[in-house]
Design a protein around this ligand. Structure first.
Ligand code: ADP
Ligand code: MG
Length: 322
C-alpha cells in the first residue's frame, strides 16, 4: 500500500481526498465536534504545502432529501480557518447522490474528472463498500493518508504484537457489531471484560477469559460496584488496553458510574490505551479524559471490524493497487 508520502507531486494539481467529515453539529449552537476533522488536517496541509489542491469529499449523516442540515457548507468556516481560504475545494455531501452507497463506476468516473490522484483519509468509512471508498482507487493513483496509516499501524500492532497483559473492555448496546471483536480478542487478550447491554446476552461465560459482570446497578442500566472493583483490578495489571463501548446508559448521569470509573482507571494506568466508538469517545470526553488515552481511533464500527477481520474493504482497495 502506498502512503501519501510516496506521492510524487510533479504534474499533480488536484487530489480527491476521501475524508471523515461525518461529525456531530449541535442543533442550537451549531458547534462542531471537530475531533475527526482535526485528524485530517495533516494530510490536507501536506497536499497544500506541495502546491496541489485537496478536494475534500465525504458524507455527513444519512440524508433523505439533500437537507441543508447535512450540507458540507457548514464545515467551510472550519477548513477556511485551518487551511486558508481558496486553498482547497469542499465537495457537497457525497450521500446527496444515492450512487455513493451503490459502488457505482459511472459515479466514480464523474468524481474522478479533473483529479490527478486519490487519497483515502477516511478510516471511519473504510469498512463500507462506497463508491468513493472502493471504486475511486481503481481509477486513480491511490494513496493512504497519514491518519489512515496511523490507524492501521496502531491496530495492527495491537493485534500482532500487544504488550502483555492485554485487556479488552467491550460494552455498548449492539451485540452483532461487537461479537467478532470479542472473538478475536479472546484469542489475543488475557481477559475480555464485558459491560453494557451486551453483557446481558450471556447467563454464564463461554470462555475462561471472557469476564462477565457479577452485579448490575440501576435495573441493569449500569454495571455494579463489585464489577467495577473487579474490572479495576484487571485494568491496573494491564500493559495494553483496548476499550470500545460504554458500561451503561451513560448519557444519563445516574447510569454513568461504571463507565466513568473504567475511564478514570484507564486514564491513570500506565498501560498503552486504545479507545474507539462514537459513544465511548463522548463518554470519555464528557469527563475530560480524552487526552489521557494513548490512541483515540477515528473509527467506531471501522475499528471493531478491523480488529475482527484484520482489514477493511477500503484498505484492501488501496493494497490491490500496483
Ligand atoms: P460505541 O458507539 O462506543 O461503539 P455502542 O453504540 O455500541 O457504543 O453503544 C453505546 C450505547 O449503548 C449508548 O447509547 C449506551 O447508552 C448504551 N448502553 C450501554 N449499556 C446499556 C445498558 N445496560 N442498557 C441500555 N443501554 C445501554
Ligand atoms: Mg454508538
Amino acid at each position: 500500500m502506498r502512503g501519501i508520502q510516496d506521492l510524487n507531486f510533479k504534474n499533480i494539481k488536484n487530489i480527491f481526498v476521501r475524508t471523515d467529515i461525518d461529525v456531530a453539529i449541535d442543533n442550537e449552537t451549531h458547534e462542531i465536534e471537530t475531533f475527526r476533522l482535526d485528524k485530517s488536517l495533516k494530510t490536507l496541509k501536506y497536499i497544500i504545502d506541495n502546491n496541489a489542491k485537496p478536494y475534500i469529499a465525504g458524507h455527513m449523516g444519512k440524508p433523505q432529501n439533500n437537507e441543508e442540515s447535512l450540507s458540507t457548507n457548514q464545515l467551510k468556516p472550519y477548513f477556511d480557518k485551518h487551511l486558508g481560504e481558496n486553498t482547497y475545494v469542499l465537495l457537497e455531501n457525497l450521500k446527496f447522490d444515492s450512487r455513493e452507497k451503490q459502488c457505482d463506476m459511472q459515479f466514480a468516473q464523474e468524481l474522478a474528472k479533473d483529479m490527478d490522484a486519490y487519497v483515502n483519509e477516511s478510516f471511519a468509512t473504510s469498512h463500507r463498500s462506497y463508491t468513493s471508498i472502493v471504486e475511486l482507487p481503481q481509477i486513480l493513483p491511490a494513496y493512504a493518508g497519514f491518519r489512515l496509516q496511523e490507524e492501521i499501524q496502531t491496530l495492527t500492532n495491537l493485534l500482532n504484537n500487544p504488550t502483555q497483559p492485554l485487556i479488552a473492555i467491550i460494552g455498548g448496546a449492539k451485540i452483532e457489531s461487537k461479537l467478532p471483536t470479542i472473538n478475536t480478542m479472546l484469542k489475543i487478550a488475557d481477559k475480555v471484560l464485558v459491560g453494557g447491554k451486551i453483557g446481558l446476552n450471556w447467563k454464564e461465560s463461554i470462555d475462561k477469559n471472557l469476564i462477565l459482570p457479577i452485579d448490575y446497578a440501576e435495573n441493569n442500566l449500569d454495571i455494579g460496584q463489585k464489577t467495577i472493583d473487579m474490572y479495576t483490578t484487571f485494568i491496573k495489571d494491564a500493559k495494553s488496553i483496548v476499550w470500545a463501548g460504554p458500561m451503561g446508559l451513560f448519557e444519563d448521569k445516574k447510569y454513568a458510574k461504571g463507565t466513568n470509573a473504567i475511564a478514570k482507571t484507564i486514564a491513570q494506568s500506565e498501560a498503552y490505551s486504545i479507545i474507539g466508538g462514537g459513544d465511548t469517545i463522548n463518554a470519555v470526553n464528557q469527563i475530560n479524559l480524552l487526552d489521557n488515552m494513548n490512541f483515540v481511533s477515528t473509527g467506531g464500527s471501522a475499528m471493531l471490524e478491523f480488529i475482527g477481520s484484520k482489514s477493511l474493504v477500503g484498505i484492501l482497495a488501496l493494497e490491490n493497487k500496483s
